[in-house]
Design a protein around this ligand. Structure first.
Ligand code: PLP
Length: 393
């Protein structure tokens, strides 16, 4: 039965709902409304809608439900709620569960918009947030206390690819009854077992690997049925951050090829890390799947493979990094990740430009650092492109 299916089988079949036509591929239900055969049925549905009964697309839609069921099946969670973007998921889950006076502990190395929500928005509503160095279990222990309601981290930080020990942080959160929320984008649903490791809530920006072809914004919140239906759904359906049916269809079809894509990307990333770690124009290579990564043992245990992103510090600081990026022909300069196209990003002048130099130094974002999100191109072509561009440095 479904429970015995391996992830690749689940990613293709779980959640399918077919109309009377028996269509093989999933249908897009581009409708915001649903009708009722009589007034009594409308009344009954507003009292309690069953899983195949819909009211309004902000509350739920058949195509969106297929995506939610499929990703929940893949992640091994009881339930899921799909959102308009990754940030609608992050802000939604925090706003849905917190109230004035609550305390939150978060790792400091965060995606810029996550940092904004935790550092600027939550305090405005009387939520007290403490930031810690995610690698220091001592700092987590000291910060998490009896007032702590939520603990937040990204399982792998951007762009320096530090990996949080989810089981250890979870143990500290559970001891005080706090919920551990893991933004798992960089680990992907394929390499991660965040829920099994102890996370209470897992979030993805499906804009990244789940779409995987750079087309649409989306996100998803995964947790128990109780938490999704009692805490997340009421907030999301009334505040408007729900996923559109068209987006859900893109994400649903993305899930079918997710495993193949991210495994191919991770294999290319590893091959590239082998070439770059001894290259004389590369001052420092950061790849979680390479034995030189300081947390290599934890990564092998927590993720199996090293993921689809690597970061390299190029000789010559910003000027060296720019010469390298401008010398590339196949890899594109952009700021998405998990795409079919290989993308290079210079964090200190783009995604992390708003931080002070001191904050960047603290996070290890040097002027020479370039993040490379590996795409689906031929591995040999990509390595040639990158080696050729390094000659410009
Ligand atoms: C991209 C990203 C987000 C935000 O997702 P959007 O879909 O762009 O809203 C949140 N967290 C991490 C780690 C990300 O990489």
């Amino acid at each position: 039965m479904v429970r015995d299916w391996k992830p690749r089988t689940r990613a293709v079949h779980v959640g399918s709902r077919r109309s009377q036509y028996g269509e093989l591929s999933e249908a897009i239900f581009l409708t915001q409304g649903f009708m009722y055969d009589n007034a009594e049925l409308a009344e009954a549905r507003f009292i309690e809608a069953k899983s195949d009964e819909f009211i309004y697309a902000r509350y739920g839609n058949p195509t969106v439900a297929m995506f939610e069921d499929r990703i929940a099946g893949l992640e091994g969670s009881e339930d899921a709620f799909a959102t308009a973007s990754g940030m609608a998921a992050v802000s939604g889950v925090l706003m849905a569960m917190l109230k004035q006076g609550d305390h939150v502990v978060s790792s400091r190395a965060l995606f810029g918009s996550c940092l904004y929500v935790l550092d600027e928005i939550l305090p405005r509503f009387g939520v007290d947030v403490t930031f810690v160095d995610g690698l220091s279990l001592e700092q987590w222990s000291n910060a998490i206390g009896s007032r702590t309601k939520a603990v937040f981290c990204e399982s792998m930080s951007n762009p320096t690819l530090e990996v949080i020990d989810i089981a250890e942080v979870s143990r500290r959160a559970k001891a005080v009854g706090a919920q551990l929320i893991v933004d798992n984008v960089f680990s992907t649903p394929v390499f991660s077992c965040a829920l099994q490791a102890g996370a209470d809530v897992v979030i993805y920006s499906s804009t990244k690997h789940i779409d995987g072809q750079g087309r649409a914004l989306g996100g998803v919140i995964l947790s128990t049925k109780e938490f999704i239906r009692k805490t997340v759904e009421p907030y999301m359906k009334h505040t408007g951050g729900s996923m559109s049916p068209f987006t859900a269809w893109i994400m649903l079809k993305g899930l079918e090829t997710l495993d193949l894509r991210v495994n191919a990307q991770a294999d290319t990333a590893f091959a590239l890390s082998e070439v770059l770690h001894e290259h004389d124009k590369v001052v420092n290579l950061i790849y979680p799947g390479h034995p030189t990564h300081p947390q290599y043992d934890l990564i092998r245990y927590q993720m199996r493979k090293g993921g689809t992103v690597l970061s390299v510090e190029i000789e010559g600081g910003q000027a060296g990094a720019f010469r390298f990026m401008n010398g590339l022909r196949i890899a594109k300069i952009s700021n998405n990740l998990g795409d079919a196209k290989t993308i290079v990003t210079h964090p200190s002048t783009t995604t992390h430009q708003r931080l002070s130099q001191q904050q960047r130094d603290h996070l290890g974002i040097s002027p020479g650092l370039v993040r490379i999100s590996i795409g689906l191109e031929d591995c040999g072509d990509l390595i040639s492109d990158i080696l050729n561009a390094l000659k410009h440095v």
